[in-house]
Design a protein around this ligand. Sequence first.
Ligand code: SAM
Length: 274
Amino acid sequence: THFGFKEVPEEQKETLVGSVFSSVASSYDVMNDAMSLGIHRIWKDSFVSSMLPKLSPSLHQDPNQAQKQQFKCLDVAGGTGDIALRILDRAREKFGSRDIQVEIVDLNQGMLDEGRKRVAKTLYYNTPQITFTHGNAQALPSHIADNSIDLYTIAFGIRNCTSLPAVLSEAYRVLKPGGKIGVLEFGKVSNPLFKEIYRQYSFQFIPIMGKILAGDSESYQYLVESIERFPTQPEFAQLMRDAGFQTGQLREGKGGAWTDYTNGIATAWTGVKA
Ligand code: SAM
């Protein structure tokens, strides 16, 4: 069997994605570190700081007694909570705020279970600050109302979705006017030499590592192929605009619609609901 989406009918894609992440859920965090040599942590830190540039301090440090209006985040395809925990840590450590909540939505129960185990070891355990919901990015669970979210994030999850426009229009729907979206995903590497090295690394090294560390090379083969098929940086920025988001100009960097990390291995696209 072969996990290439090209050969997979659309209706089977979600089942396939489900089985890929079930088979990698328990080894997921270790694999991320191994495959990216730990660099995914830096990308995620930078992404979260850029999405949460400031927040006012809360009066109560006990989130159960928080009285101020809550800053509501939705971390879609949130998996084991990497982004959600960074958001909460930044809010608390940098701004002294615990008036912020993150709801993680993920299609895979195995990933949500790993996430819950992880949160149980943090000070957010059993607080209203973090919740887990089983659901699909393309049709968000119905309790998430229109115009209710301040910040929507999706990190390394959107490329697994069947319809990018469906994900983006759902994000647009649930965001408040003025609310922000941040999409962190593998981008396209710009430097030709670096691109070739990265290609060799992904197609040869990553599936082998997947086999050794997780006993599963096919899931990792699939991950590499899904990266190749994802739109280029300007193409994805255009999709965000088509969904109604205001973005920076169609270029990289300050004032642009996206920021490349490590020469475009990862890219953060941002937009605002008008
Ligand atoms: N955001 C986490 C991170 O950055 O470490 C997890 C990323 S993981 C590579 C991709 C996640 O997307 C998996 O947990 C998978 O279950 C989830 N996923 C895939 N398709 C989805 C969909 N249509 N809706 C919601 N989650 C989805």
